[in-house]
Design a protein around this ligand. Structure first.
Ligand SMILES: *Cc1c(COP(=O)(O)O)cnc(C)c1O
Length: 497
């Protein structure tokens, strides 16, 4: 197998192995790690179609993580995709209203972040061993809701790791907070801060950048690491389900050999759709990559005009996990369409941080031809949930509904009848209130747990274990701190006196 190294999008002289890239997360120059090339699949789609999820995962990840042995990688995969998922298929496809919904929400926290965060802890501890690092890894995360719980669930009880999550007290949904503060595992620590998400994020970045603190930690055998979505150890595991979805459609006779499919991805940080682009470049017959945004439609504007401009009002919408104005993973695509030119990419990223906008060249824009942008307003999102429910009985969450609306509009406008996979990123039970309001056409005052039971009845779907459990689970984390006390809180948890 060809060795793949990882280079920084801002300096091509920096090259590290896969395990080093996973441990570091971000390159020292602020760039993201990119594989020196995107490898082609070395099995036919037909061969892959006979495999289960773990085997497909191995056949994709082995091509990227070339410094892992077969045994190491298989151990990581088997530890991640197991009974934590409520279905053996791991990511089932549901055929609804002439499209295929790829349900990425059957893991521990019922959102698609589980797909990567259930394997990242294992990739990380394995990477530490390979690089002779014996320090305990301390994951620090600021969350606006979904990532925190998925990271907690992934790292809980993983030997050699601890995880600390900061969330804005009063700034996350009822279900999201309950999910976090009931988290089990002696290596987990959850803290509400008196501030908003930006305060939490800034506080965490400050701790990461504190050289003195790092020294203090090293003396006690700890080192910080990050689980955020720019880690290559999160991106590559997401490529797997696009390969899997295609080969399962092939196996079921829904597509013929070589027949192209389109994919529609509800997008925020651009990680999920970038994984689809990787899958396409590995040889999966994917035609259009349809990027669906909510009212924070920076990406729609970028794809249509070639101008990325974050200077606009930040909207709080009913699909909060897509409320983002800086899509960090887009940098990887910019780097690729700039012809893997790290100087050119660095220049654009510097412009983004200074002026909040940049314009790509016509040459680069031409290389975006496979991407289509679309967006849905909150109103259109709600209407789509109701429309699909009334027609089929299938219930979409708000994020998936954005994608579903964008797909419907695209199909009407273009008459493109290519078979289409719509990526379903969260269970409707995670956003019960918004979903029930959409279906019942009124604002509900009922409490969240009552709505959960009602949703279960009307959708004819059992309440997911993840929600059932938190109804009665013991509250284990009761910590609140001020913004300027975050570092002290970390010291306390680690017993640094
Ligand atoms: C994170 C998230 C997204 C956005 O995914 P990106 O990879 O950041 O584009 C979409 N939907 C849900 C439910 C999410 O949690």
């Amino acid at each position: 197998m060809k060795e793949i190294l990882y280079k920084s999008t801002r300096n091509s002289d920096i090259r590290v192995t896969a395990s080093q890239a996973i441990l570091k997360g971000l390159s020292d120059d602020g760039g993201l790690f990119m594989p020196t090339e995107i490898p082609l699949l070395d099995k036919t789609l037909k061969e892959l179609s006979a495999m289960d999820y773990c085997n497909v995962a191995y056949n994709v990840m082995k091509l990227f993580f070339t410094d892992f042995t077969e045994e190491e990688l298989k151990n990581c995969i088997d530890a991640a995709y197991d009974q934590k998922f409520d279905t053996e298929e791991i990511v089932p496809l549901s055929e609804v209203d002439s499209a295929y919904y790829l349900e990425l929400y059957h893991g521990a926290t019922i959102a698609f972040k589980d797909m990567a965060l259930s394997i990242l802890p294992h990739l990380m501890t394995c990477s530490a061993k390979k690089n002779n690092i014996s320090d305990e890894i301390v994951i620090l995360t600021a969350t606006s809701g979904d990532t925190g719980k998925a990271a907690l669930a992934g790292f809980a009880e993983v030997p050699g790791t601890r995880i600390i999550v900061f969330y804005p007290k009063g700034g996350v949904s009822f279900i999201q907070e309950r999910q976090m503060i009931t988290q089990k595992g002696d290596n987990t620590f959850v803290v509400g801060i008196r501030g908003n998400f930006d305060d939490a994020q800034t506080g965490v970045k400050k701790i990461f950048g504190d050289k003195e603190f790092a020294k203090e930690l090293a003396a006690k055998g700890f080192r910080f690491s990050s689980a955020n979505s720019i880690n290559i150890g999160r991106l590559i595991p997401q490529v797997v389900y696009y390969v899997y979805a295609y080969v399962k459609l092939l196996e079921a006779g829904k597509v013929g050999e070589g027949e192209k499919i389109n994919v529609v991805v509800p997008t925020g940080n651009f990680g999920n759709i970038l994984a689809a682009y990787f899958a396409k470049n590995m040889g999966v017959p994917i035609g259009k990559l349809i990027c669906a945004s909510n009212e924070n439609k920076v990406l729609f504007d970028f794809i249509s005009t070639g101008v990325y401009d974050r200077n606009r009002e930040f909207m709080l919408t009913n699909s909060p996990s897509m409320d983002i104005l800086i899509s960090s993973n887009l940098e990887r695509l910019i780097y690729l369409i700039a012809g893997s030119d790290s100087d050119k990419n660095r220049e654009l990223m510097e412009r983004l941080s200074k002026e909040g906008r940049y314009t790509i060249t016509d040459d680069m824009k031409a290389k975006l031809a496979d991407f289509v942008g679309g967006f849905a307003t909150q109103r259109e999102t709600e209407e789509r949930i109701k429309e699909v429910y009334d027609k089929t009985g299938y219930v979409l969450d708000t994020h998936t509904a954005v994608a579903s609306y964008v797909y419907k509009k695209y199909a009407e406008d273009t008459h493109d009848d290519t078979k289409t996979v719509i990526v379903s990123t969260a269970s409707p039970f995670k956003f019960t209130k918004a979903v029930m309001n959409a279906i019942e056409g009124e604002k509900n005052n009922a409490n969240d747990f009552e709505l959960v039971d009602r949703l279960s009845r009307i959708a004819n779907v059992p309440v997911p274990k993840a929600v059932e459990e938190i109804k009665t689970a013991e509250i284990r984390h009761n910590n609140i701190c001020d913004i300027d006390k975050m570092a002290d809180t970390v010291r306390e948890f680690l017993g640094l006196g």
